[in-house]
Design a protein around this ligand. Structure first.
Ligand code: SF4
Length: 453
């Protein structure tokens, strides 16, 4: 059902932070610079474990019965969604001149109808790995305390528990404490990119005053990393996954030799499971050594498959988008399962130009999976950065659902999800070898939504 059929009301907040729906105005949402009613395929009830945010200095905007936009004096509201959900539209608001930059979260449009909140989003993964509502906090704390007591000399164990669980409530770290699913392996203090919305480090001149996490302050030894893997494998016996490349570090390929040594240590002691690296994919030359020692998969982050948009956001230092493309092709030739960590931004990531570029990147390099993640950034700031750099897209977005369908038409082997999958030690690949893909002629057509003036 569309927003209009459901008659979803605009949601706003008063100065005391009380959130309420407008008695008449309908919810609007935005895809890039375009404001419109929510599309029929993009409204879902607010997922459990999501949070509502008030947006300071931003006035909620809704649609009146005559089809005109109305700016209210009340604060705009957005939803930060539970993991496994990708936002398909941002909220509509009008900002004051002095509105502060929003912190690094993803802001989903939210409305209210029939006694419940609705958001513009899509559930993209059924894996329960980051659901914690049913787990008492005391259980996590109990296991965390046991681990720190049992491994006092392992700085990585201490970091994951005392920093990532206790300070940041990181879901991957909580899962390590609980001994389930995917264990984080932070290892790198440095990075060769300067992403606009890096969550672990910003330059002194950055308008972002606070990052949600702080960069790792030490480099663990290979023996410490291998021990973390062994601890996790002894507790998550069925489907252990280990991932280098976490929110609290730089890029793990900066320390490729350390990764290779750690993986070798673990595999030499018959360590099983999926070993994955989350990376910006900037160092194609190091992948062969990692694959040989027992790496299973690589997840490469991108805000766009187009070089100019990528460069505007990543601000790479000493590498280019071409190196990222090379990494994908090499990884596929080495038999690695490749995911793209696609940092989706409604209205920018779902255009015709992006579909064409992304399908080429996926098809020509044998990418196996798209992880539909959210670009955590102040929406207006990102649009301004793009406008001042490569420019905003000439066409409007087709919507997340249509984009996903059309991409799958072009690349039918693609797996969609949100999390790194368990693949055993060695992935079975169905993605084409580089250079063998023939782009299909047809894809579902785009249907433009009606824009609100
Ligand atoms: S690649 Fe990762 S660590 Fe490096 S700047 Fe970007 S977000 Fe930060």
């Amino acid at each position: 059902m569309s927003g209009k059929e459901l008659a979803i009301r605009m949601v706003m907040a008063d100065a005391n932070g009380q959130i309420f729906d407008h008695p008449e105005l309908l919810m609007l949402c935005r895809h890039g610079r375009q404001w419109c009613l929510p599309r029929p395929d993009e409204v879902i009830p607010l997922p459990k474990e999501s949070e509502l945010f008030l947006l300071p200095g931003r006035h909620a905007v809704g649609l009146d019965e005559h089809g005109n936009t109305q700016v209210t004096e009340h604060l705009a509201v957005a939803a930060f969604l539970a993991p496994a959900h990708t936002i398909s539209a941002h909220p509509c608001y009008e900002s004051d001149d002095k509105a502060p930059l929003l912190p690094l979260f993803a802001y989903a449009a939210v409305g209210f109808a029939h006694g419940r909140f609705y958001v513009c989003a899509k559930k993209v993964d059924n894996d329960p790995r980051q659901q914690f509502a049913h787990i008492p906090r005391s259980r996590i704390e109990h296991h965390a305390a046991e681990l720190t007591k049992r491994y006092p000399a392992n700085r990585l164990v201490q970091h994951i528990i005392n920093n990532c669980v206790a300070r940041y409530d990181c879901p991957a770290a909580r899962n390590f404490a609980l001994g389930r699913f995917e264990a984080p392996l932070p290892s790198s203090r440095t990075c060769n990119a300067r992403c606009l919305a890096c969550i672990s480090k910003q330059e002194e001149t950055s308008p972002i005053a606070v990052t949600p996490q702080c960069r790792l302050t030490f480099t663990p030894k290979a023996t410490e990393i291998a021990q973390v893997m062994e601890i996790h494998a002894a507790r998550e016996k069925a489907r252990p996954i280990f991932s280098f490349g976490q929110g609290c570090e730089g890029d793990p390929l900066q320390n490729a030799e350390l990764l290779a040594e750690s993986i070798a240590l673990y595999r030499q002691s018959n360590g099983s499971g999926t070993i994955n690296v989350n990376t910006n994919g900037s160092r194609p030359e190091v992948l062969e050594a990692l694959a040989k020692t027992g790496l299973t998969s690589i997840r490469v982050s991108l805000n766009s498959a187009r070089k100019d948009l990528y460069t505007c956001y990543y601000r790479p230092q000493g590498y280019t988008f071409d190196h990222v493309q090379q990494s994908l092709g090499i990884a596929r030739r080495l038999g690695l399962f490749i995911s793209l960590n696609l940092l989706f931004f409604p209205g920018i990531s779902d255009t015709e130009e992006e579909l064409s570029a992304l399908s080429d990147l996926v098809g020509e390099n044998g990418v196996s999976m798209i992880q539909w993640r959210n670009l955590n950034i102040d929406p207006e700031w990102y649009l301004d950065c793009l406008a001042q750099g490569p420019g905003l897209p000439a066409t409007s977005g087709m919507g997340l659902t249509t984009f996903m369908k059309r991409l799958k038409r072009l690349c039918p082997w693609l797996v969609y999800g949100y999390f790194n999958p368990w693949l055993g030690e060695t992935a079975k690949l169905t993605a084409p070898e580089p250079g063998t893909w023939q782009k299909p002629e047809t894809a579902l057509t785009n249907k433009e939504p009606k824009e609100i003036s």
